[in-house]
Ligand binder design. Structure first.
Ligand SMILES: [Zn+2]
Length: 184
């Protein structure tokens, strides 16, 4: 197997088998603007200078039958300014991905094996778009309820419904505590 330079791998039509057999290494930095779905999460007042940094590493490992299976480690990181669910101001969340993927012949095999496997199983063909995969993984790494640890400004009284309900829930006396007091 020939040694391969970085430039010989096309991340948009990724040849995972050749990459693994060459023990390829690939890295990149892509502007956030080239990821439509991630960019859609940006808060209107958030800074938009951030980039997705990622790297991939290919490897073959023998499977149970002794055949050479195609593996890839994918890492990606991004600082994404999204809306805080408590105060609605921008909050920068750090999204990080570090996982191994195993590649199988096609999508039907991938679907069948994915449920039974700890690792994620992807199809070799059609050749996957590595950048779309990175975007999928980063979106999945997104916190369900992004929030500041400590919000920079006090909550407005007319804030969103979620903070109001939470505040009401905390203030409301626990009915069981009241019952316990009555029983004494
Ligand atoms: Zn906040």
């Amino acid at each position: 197997m020939k040694a391969s330079s970085h430039k010989s791998w096309n991340p948009r039509r990724f040849d995972a088998r050749a990459f693994a057999e060459a023990e390829g290494v690939l890295d990149g930095e892509e502007p956030l603007a080239s990821f439509d779905r991630l960019a859609a999460e940006i808060h209107a007042d958030g800074a938009v200078g951030s980039a997705v940094r990622w790297d991939a590493q290919g490897q073959t490992r023998p499977d149970a039958a002794g055949r050479s299976a195609v593996w890839m480690r994918l890492r990606a990181a991004l600082d994404l300014p999204v809306g805080c669910q408590r105060c609605l101001a921008p909050v920068v969340v750090r999204l990080e991905v570090d996982r191994w993927f195993r590649f199988v012949a096609d999508e039907s095999v991938a679907e069948a094996e994915d449920d039974q496997s700890e690792e994620d199983v992807l199809a070799l063909e059609p050749k996957p778009d590595l950048l779309a995969l990175i975007e999928d993984e980063l979106l999945m790494a997104m916190p369900l309820v992004p929030m500041h640890e400590v919000c920079p400004q006090p909550l407005s009284v007319s804030g969103g419904e979620l903070p109001d309900e939470e505040a009401a829930g905390e203030a409301r006396p626990n009915p069981f505590a009241t019952l316990a007091r009555l029983k004494k």
